[in-house]
Design a protein around this ligand. Structure first.
Ligand code: FES
Length: 95
């Protein structure tokens, strides 16, 4: 008897349980769940989420499973990931 592969991954964002399709990036999983921003800029405190989507702008930094300042547009979502609003402000000390 074969077991069906999971079609959705479970994860959390700031403690809120969510799901996204297998193969999603962190950014894709958040946007799919209606979440467009997950950190603030250093000077003006403006909301930031995914911008370029290809790993060059660093706007999408997020904290994952205790790891700080991960680019959400590049990291594949894993079942059980704990995503948190990032304390990162996008400065040189963050990455
Ligand atoms: S959205 Fe630009 S690096 Fe991720």
């Amino acid at each position: 008897m074969s077991k069906e592969p999971a079609s959705a991954l479970r994860f959390s964002f700031d403690g809120r349980p969510l799901e996204a399709p297998v193969g999603s990036t962190l950014a894709g999983a958040l946007v799919r769940n209606g979440i467009a921003s997950w950190r603030r800029t250093r000077v003006a405190g403006q909301a930031r989420g995914v911008f370029c989507g290809i790993g060059t702008c660093f706007d999408c930094l997020i904290d994952v499973n205790g790891e700080r300042a991960v680019r959400a547009c590049l990291r594949p979502l894993c079942d059980g990931d704990r995503l948190e609003t990032s304390a990162s402000t996008g400065g040189a000390d963050d990455v």
